[in-house]
Design a protein around this ligand. Structure first.
Ligand code: FAD
Ligand code: SF4
Length: 510
């Protein structure tokens, strides 16, 4: 039967069973579309990276004798809409069957489901064969539970897949080495140069610009640094295992003005586009550990594996368990506007300046920078979660809604009232100072709560607790902070409130 198979931009899994054999009745199609470039303002590196990886994938399929139709952004036949493009091809070439892999984003899943219902030819959906878990596995796992703890899911994953397990017990005696993953980096451990690929994507960038797509951020188009093929994705993984894994856990939460990637793997773009699978990453990490057990501590390996089989799979499961309503949640009723400096990096707050400029320059920030610098500030200043979602979804090369939304709205903004995080991730300047060197060269004083040169995070933190008391004071994990707040003299609370209100009203002046 003459069949059309769709491959979405984040379905670049060359190991998928679809490609195990060649069938001349099957034609694959891929489209670069305004539908995908315009639903938020994306970082230029994200758009160029996806198009470059898609083009390489199409080339690879062709080289392996598969039939492929690839429409570039500026192709005359391109209607710029996914379903219209598919309809055009079905009508033109008289396809008798349409097949696609289940999209990971609700938006696209819904669009293709509705489209397929109306199709007058046979259609079929396939799994992407990428994740460890099924899309609805968490709904089953947490059925009847009041709390959806990542840790219980993670332990179950370790047991189910027999990862770092000995006789049904966690290897090393502990499930979680999180407590030893919190070192500040002070230059004592040499950080190997980050792995870059020097891909020339200048032609793609020119096409994006010619089409008038609105983007943010910078790109060095002749030397695009992220992996854009499976071969490069595998090289990135090997580089991580050879050079970075040994200190990954130790410095997982560290931040530094001169270091963008520290010991992080930089693998999220390759993984989220599915050029490489989580299982391949976990297997190579464990093999490296087994070969170098004398040198690599279990805490480094467990810390990394937890991110992949724990957090990543958990976030996807939570997304599918809670969508579509999740996208509207705003438990803390936050309504303020995102300051302009999130888009320009122009602020005197050194921590935010560094993280935002890194994000604009590289389409990257590591987890703690996203959570405890930009996310923390956005929550303390009570920004509308919809504006925050749009920023995170646009600015990072790895941002796809299934992973961005639960991280941003749930973990970082507590907008779901605690479905993902058991308490809001907020802090004053002291946490930032503990984990980074940002405060050393900041215009503000990290210990001061009020006065012109006081660190804004300090007054904002106490003010946030006070303003959200009705929603948060009953949270067991917040009790100690509320007891400290309640012991604070009233005059001090008044000064803090005045300072915080001034900041919130004049965000772009700080
Ligand atoms: P490493 O630190 O080397 O970690 C290895 C891998 O673990 C990552 O590549 C990623 O696949 C996975 N991982 C780690 N933490 C998480 C997490 N919390 N959720 C899911 N996977 C995780 N990650 C995305 O892939 N896309 C996003 O859009 C995204 N948005 C985020 C928004 C916020 C507010 C926060 C707090 C985190 C977000 N994350 C997101 C998670 C994390 O920040 C990135 O996965 C990580 O920084 C990518 O860099 P890396 O590959 O060097 O990661
Ligand atoms: Fe950030 Fe405050 Fe430290 Fe400045 S003093 S870097 S604003 S935490």
């Amino acid at each position: 039967m003459k069949t059309l198979r769709l491959i979405l931009g984040d379905q670049l899994n060359s190991q998928h069973s679809w490609y195990h054999s060649n069938d001349e009745n099957i034609t694959y199609c891929m489209f670069e579309m305004r539908q995908e470039t315009d639903y938020v303002t994306h970082h230029i590196q994200k758009v160029a990276g996806f198009f470059a990886a898609m083009r390489n994938f199409a080339k690879e399929l062709k080289a392996n004798q598969h039939r492929i139709i690839y429409w570039k952004l500026n192709d005359e036949s391109n209607t710029q809409s996914l379903t219209e493009n598919i309809s055009t091809l079905i009508d033109k070439d008289n396809f008798e069957k349409f097949e696609y892999q289940a999209p990971d984003e609700y938006r696209l899943d819904h669009q293709l489901k509705e489209f397929s219902k109306k199709l007058n030819i046979e259609n079929k959906v396939f799994p992407t064969e990428h994740f460890y878990t099924e899309r609805n596995e968490l709904s089953t796992f947490f059925k009847g539970k009041k709390q959806f703890l990542m840790e219980s899911f993670y332990r179950n994953m370790r047991k189910k897949h027999q990862l770092l397990m000995i006789d049904q017990q966690p290897e090393g005696g502990k499930w979680n080495y999180d407590a030893s993953n919190r070192k500040k980096w002070k230059g004592e451990t040499l950080i190997p140069t980050a792995k870059n690929f020097d891909n020339d994507v200048s032609q793609i960038v020119a096409e994006i610009e010619d089409a008038g797509v609105k983007t943010v951020g910078k790109i060095n188009a002749k030397y695009f640094e992220y992996p854009i093929s499976r071969k490069q994705a595998l090289e990135q993984l090997t580089y991580f295992c050879d050079h970075l894994l040994v200190h990954f856990g130790d410095y997982q939460d560290a931040m530094h003005t001169n270091q963008i990637f520290l010991f992080h793997s930089k693998i999220s773009f390759a993984m989220n586009s599915k050029m490489i699978s989580p299982k391949e990453i976990v297997d190579e990490t464990l093999q490296t550990y087994r070969k170098r057990t004398n040198e690599i501590d279990i805490s480094q390996v467990e810390g990394f594996i937890r991110q992949i089989i724990g957090w990543r799979e958990y976030m996807r499961g939570m997304y599918w368990m809670l969508m579509p309503n999740y996208k509207k949640e705003n438990f803390l009723n936050n309504k303020n506007k995102l300051p302009d400096f999130f888009w320009t990096g122009k602020t005197k707050m050194n921590c935010l300046k560094n993280v935002i400029n890194n994000s604009l320059d590289n389409g990257y920030a590591h987890h703690i920078q996203r959570l405890m610098i930009t996310g923390n500030f956005a929550l303390l200043t009570q920004i509308d979660p919809a504006e925050i979602d749009a920023w995170y979804l646009g600015i990072y090369v790895d941002a796809i809604e299934w992973v961005q939304l639960p991280n941003t709205r749930g973990m970082s903004q507590f907008a779901d009232g605690g479905k993902i995080a058991t308490k809001p991730y907020v802090s004053s300047g002291s946490y930032i100072s503990k984990m980074s060197n940002y405060c050393d060269s900041c215009s503000y004083k990290k210990t001061k709560k009020y006065g012109d040169d006081a660190c804004p995070f300090n007054s904002l933190y106490w003010n946030f607790l006070e303003e959200k008391e009705s929603q948060l004071s009953s949270n067991f994990r917040m009790r100690m902070m509320y007891s400290l707040l309640n012991k604070m003299p009233i005059e001090e609370r008044t000064k803090i409130k005045e300072k915080a209100n001034h900041i919130i009203k004049n965000l772009d002046a700080y």
